[in-house]
Design a protein around this ligand. Structure first.
Ligand code: ADP
Length: 213
């Protein structure tokens, strides 16, 4: 059986990842392909339990290394239990965040070594890397303003401040610039429908198997 395609959405909080990953999944589904839409941290019962721990303010501050390992632990489970088997079945897998979020947040944001983080990622995901990574690029002010307008979803990450988010956004851009063949970068300040159109076009161009979406 033909292997499924694996697409990861990346960007800061409020950039529009969940909006656009849903739109792309709907579009691919409407073309008759089976799609799994998932997110990180989470995606499996173990991963969702780790997510709840990461966002539990009662626990106090996590050490950046602890945070990196917890995200990577959730990811290892996500790959083994959900992503890799779905790809094997020929399904299209779309995830809202993957390895580059750990590099951007714990590396760029919290100053951990990218080399160390990459080796932890390789341990966590084995050989399951995305076929395409989509960066929705917005200025940190835009991401924060969108998120803070939605009080229910304010979490510890929103409180970490503008400087932190600026470093994260910049690291995402650098990751995409180092390996442009892996990435499609889209301006997240555009209207939602226009972003979806650009993403669909990029996916069509990238995958012969999805030329009809
Ligand atoms: P993320 O998953 O990256 O945190 P969301 O998709 O949840 O981002 O979007 C955050 C907020 O911004 C939501 O209220 C959403 O409706 C809004 N939003 C998403 N994309 C756009 C856009 N292109 N322009 C304006 N607002 C947007």
């Amino acid at each position: 059986m033909r292997r499924g395609e694996f697409i990861a959405f990346e960007g800061i909080d409020g950039s529009g990842k969940s909006t656009q990953s849903r739109a792309l999944a709907d579009r691919i589904g409407a073309a008759g392909r089976t799609v799994v839409l998932t997110r990180e941290p989470g995606g499996t019962p173990v991963g969702e339990a780790i997510r709840a721990m990461l966002f539990d303010r009662e626990l106090g501050n996590f050490e950046p290394r602890t945070e990196a390992l917890l995200h990577s632990a959730a990811r290892a489970q996500h790959v083994a239990e959900l992503i890799a088997p779905a790809i094997e079945r020929g399904v299209v897998v779309i995830t809202d965040r993957f390895i580059d979020s750990t590099l951007a947040y714990q590396g760029g944001g919290n100053h951990l070594s990218l080399v160390d983080l990459e080796s932890i990622q390789s341990f966590a995901v084995q050989d399951t890397y995305p076929d395409l990574r989509i960066l929705i690029d917005v200025p940190p002010e835009t991401g924060l303003a969108r998120r803070l307008a939605d009080a229910a979803s304010v979490n510890r990450i929103d409180e970490a401040g503008l400087m932190y988010h600026s470093r994260v956004a910049e690291t995402f851009r650098q990751l995409a610039a180092v390996h442009p063949e892996r990435w499609f970068v889209v301006d997240g300040s555009l209207p939602q429908e226009q972003i979806t159109t650009l993403i669909v076009e990029a996916v069509r161009n990238r995958f012969g198997s999805m030329s009809d979406i």
